[in-house]
Design a protein around this ligand. Structure first.
Ligand SMILES: [Zn+2]
Length: 218
């Protein structure tokens, strides 16, 4: 925790990245939410946040059991964020959106299949879709947290997507990449049934990722 940015900086980053989610077109009518781990608690966008009114001061500190500080209410989806922080030590930031192409797949209860090698950047050969549950419920939180065990993102049936990242910028980048890839998959489907990488091709992909990480570390 020694190298954790201070609270003011995290609040400012969160407000800036929330505006970025909107400017990327992932957050029409402010349907998404964004959080960052803060010690044992999290900082999260407030209920009713909008890109044009969110500021460092309106960001809410809330415990992973939902006890909030100050007068503002956290996003109604705080349980989903909390569930992911509780279950995944490596999660430092979480973003949830209803972006168009993620919703298109999720409304058909479809996982994003491994039609393109960059699907692998989410951790495996697909991005799964968890079953529908009412927004804000513990069931939805548990299903999303479980799906993010071997993946950094998942789709939420009849709802949207959620991703966990190493920091706020990384989480938002993942949400943007997932939206792009769902759009590309929808386009590819219009021409037929897109080919999928084989198990051997996935093995080679992940081996290449490992080699490149070792290379960049040296
Ligand atoms: Zn939602």
């Amino acid at each position: 925790m020694a190298d954790q940015p201070d609270e003011t900086s995290l609040r400012e980053q969160l407000a800036a990245q929330y505006r970025r989610v909107e400017s990327l077109g992932l957050n029409a009518l402010s349907s998404g939410n964004l959080s960052v781990r803060f010690g044992d608690n999290m900082l999260i966008s407030p209920a009713g946040a909008k890109a044009d009114n969110i500021t460092a001061d309106t960001v809410v500190e809330v415990s992973l059991d939902g006890d909030s500080q100050g007068g503002r209410k956290p996003s109604s989806e705080w349980r989903m964020h909390a569930g992911i922080y509780k279950r995944h030590e490596e999660a430092e930031a979480v973003v949830h959106t209803h972006s168009d192409y993620c919703v298109a797949l999720a409304s058909n209860l479809m996982a994003l299949p491994g039609f393109h090698y960059l699907v692998g950047t989410f951790g495996g050969d697909d991005v799964p879709c968890v079953p529908y549950s009412t927004f804000g419920t513990q069931q939805l939180a548990d299903d999303a947290a479980q799906a993010l065990t071997h993946r950094t993102a998942c789709l939420l049936a009849n709802h949207g997507m959620i991703a966990r990242g190493r920091n706020l910028q990384n989480a938002v980048n993942l949400a943007y990449r997932l939206e792009i890839m769902c759009r590309q998959y929808v386009l590819a489907r219009q021409l037929g049934e897109p080919a999928r990488l084989t198990a051997t091709e996935w093995d080679e992909f992940f081996e290449q990722v490992r080699r490149n990480q070792y290379g960049s570390a040296g």
